[in-house]
Design a protein around this ligand. Sequence first.
Ligand code: SF4
Length: 412
Amino acid sequence: MSRQPKEPAKLNSVNDLRKTMDGYFSRLREADETKNKKIAWCTSVGPAELLYSMGFEVYFPENHGAMLGAGKMADKYIPVAVAQGYSPDICSYLTSDIGAFLLNETPLQKSGFKSVPRPDVLVFNTNQCKEVDDWLSFYARHFKAPVLGISTPLSIKELSSNIINAVAGQIKDLVPELEKISGVKFDIDKYRETTRLSHDGCALWREVLETAKHKPSPINFFDSAIHMGPIVVMRGTQYAVDYYKILLAELEEKVRNNSGSLPKEQFRIYWDGMPLWYKLSGMSKLFAGLDTCIVASTYCNSWVFDDLDPADPFGSAAYAYSKLFIVRTDEKKEIVLQNLLADFSCNGIIYHDSKTCSRNSNNRFGLQNRLFEKTKIPFLEINGDLCDSRCYSEEQSITAIETFIDQLAVHV
Ligand code: SF4
């Protein structure tokens, strides 16, 4: 039965979030315009701590891709990249970002940028996917800037010392190259400090997400997808730590007051897969109208790198960035999901099969059925995409979601 969409409660911290993100973009713009600092482009789960410790301003093209998706601009740009030989089936962050660049358009122009900031170096880690190498290599060719990479094995079952040492060695190997580019001598104490800040920011981010264990949850997935901005782009800085203290204080207050994110919370769902950036607001209201809170997600949990340790910055970075969910075997992923479903008291799980991101679509090799066998927690699969709205059938998905929630009512 169809129900009316409702408006979830707004978080007051959104004003501080805006200020924190504006500050980040101002620093980047200043570096781009005045050349007072070098600029490194980095993949979202790349070695941000090392780059910040060596004085770079750090720009994340995936964050830009998400902005294009959320701004509903990706459909215009993807065909431009496709015309240059990039398949419409590959990462739509990549295709929308490159397409926008080729048209010299960016939402950053609203923040005073002429174009995306010019890179002095581009650094990737293939822990998430191979696409990031091709993506940054496009820009390396265009800007004639060096591209440096860390190759992490995928589908890791056990995190052996061989793997950790090999990845740590690759992070160390970046240092002399980055010294040449930045003109800054590597300082282990500065790296320890950015590692500590990253650890502290990630630990706060975990606490933020864990407030959703409370019934009713003070936050939902659609809020978290917006409020994760600082942990993605300012990991390793005081700015992220300061922001998450503010957000956590607000959420703890809501927990004390039993003030939920939704007008009414009847069902608690886990979201696996990417957000549909162009539908964030609509989905948030849809689920609120169904009295359903999405309390936990693989996506937002992916930035909890609290294994980072200033006592061993290289080794702990290798460990934290290889322990990541997306890098592991299905067997390991099932254990993580099983624990999260229990910890957050979830009644159901929704898998978003994202057309252009196979690495973040975990329902393609039977995991959803195996997990159901173990937990008996019902699941729903919806087809869509992170940025390419042409892959998403809204009417069909809404009907499927409403039917799924109606069926949950029988179990709860
Ligand atoms: S993990 Fe998926 S969304 Fe992220 S860069 Fe790779 S292909 Fe794109």
